[in-house]
Design a protein around this ligand. Sequence first.
Ligand code: PMP
Ligand code: G9A
Length: 426
Amino acid sequence: MLPGSTLQLLITMVDYNHIFSKRAQGMKASEIRELLKLTQRPGIISFAGGLPNPDAFPKETTLKIVNELLNEIPEKVLQYGSTEGVPELRKALAENMAKRGMKVELNQIMITHGSQQALDLLSRVLLDPGDTIVVGSPTYLGATGAFRAFQARMETVPVGEDGMDMDALDKKLNELDKEGKKPKFVYTVPTFQNPSGVTIPGENRKRLLEICSKYDVLIVEDSPYSYLRYEGEPQPHLLSLDTEDRVLRLQTFSKILAPGFRIAWAVGPAQLIDKMVIAKQAGDLCSNPFGQYVAWKYIASGALDEHLEYIKELYNEKRLTMLEAMEQHFPPEAKWNKPMGGMFVWVKLPEYINTREMFEKALQQNVAYVVGDAFYVENEGYNTMRLNFSHSSEEEIKEGIKRLGEVIKQEIAEKKGKITETIITP
Ligand code: PMP
Ligand code: G9A
């Protein structure tokens, strides 16, 4: 009989690194998802996740709707649903979108388990390993995570004050064309972008469609924030400008109702939607009918429109509170934009500051943000960070920004000191 410790030595553990698929080897954990665990620690003021405000969840209305559904149509809400999504919701969505200038047929709409699933499904049906796609720099990291999982080669185009730079996009597609590389799609969050909060103006939207038409490239319009506008004129949705079946638009109830339902919708060319439905059959059969019927009732009863008005007011207040607190507590070296909608403010610090290095110090002060470089495909953005203003209370925003301002000031003083030291001491 061998003693326990000797027995342990003889056992060889399985080395999964040799077993994982090439696809899995390229996967990377999402910084936002990892941060979510950390920022759930009590006492932390988190400007990290793009989460709705918990006080804004419409509990009473949801309770009423759930009661009605269980009394009226339990046989539907508790049953499996079709993969495309429950017909009542798809019809209500088509009608609702028509009011917003987007004319869509029922066979162009499918329900997904959050827009994140749509990002996975479209990758599944469009991408072979090594296929080229074009994304903004910076861009939503959940999307690049999904594309990376399908071994896409991501080409980047700068995103500035007016969103994706159209001259740069034209140039990029031209270069790729000359190299004989045809991108499968351009991925964009055109309205109140995640992470930078910027919006593509109307003229540039038309140009985006023209450019993509010239090079025959699809467009993925990921738009979770377009209904959350606090100032300025609405810009036309890319889907409503599309005359060539080139745009796939993603929308979600996560930011306008509650992410807990995990209900979103993808709208676009029927051929593409059909294929994504088949991919979804293999993935999860259908999105949860219960949540879909709740979402349907929200639209049909008019409660969603009411709720939207309410959260727009709430988030606008929070946005203004954050911007005012930043004016008060951030040093002049910090620069940021004033987003007209959505959930995020994007901050740029001097080049000698690394927000990833600074993150630990912020955590020690119980305040968190998302490190900006996570939103870049290439090694860029080390001096940037994303701040969410929708989740925290106004008091937390004021206190958190004050703490963060101190952390930034200290970091600048320390790093500036080091630079001066190296200059003085050769
Ligand atoms: N796209 C963008 C741009 C997002 O910001 C998010 C959520 N942060 C998603 C997709 C995914 O949202 P969900 O899966 O909750 O619908
Ligand atoms: O919790 C998530 O992953 C959704 C939020 C996304 C974001 O912070 O951009």
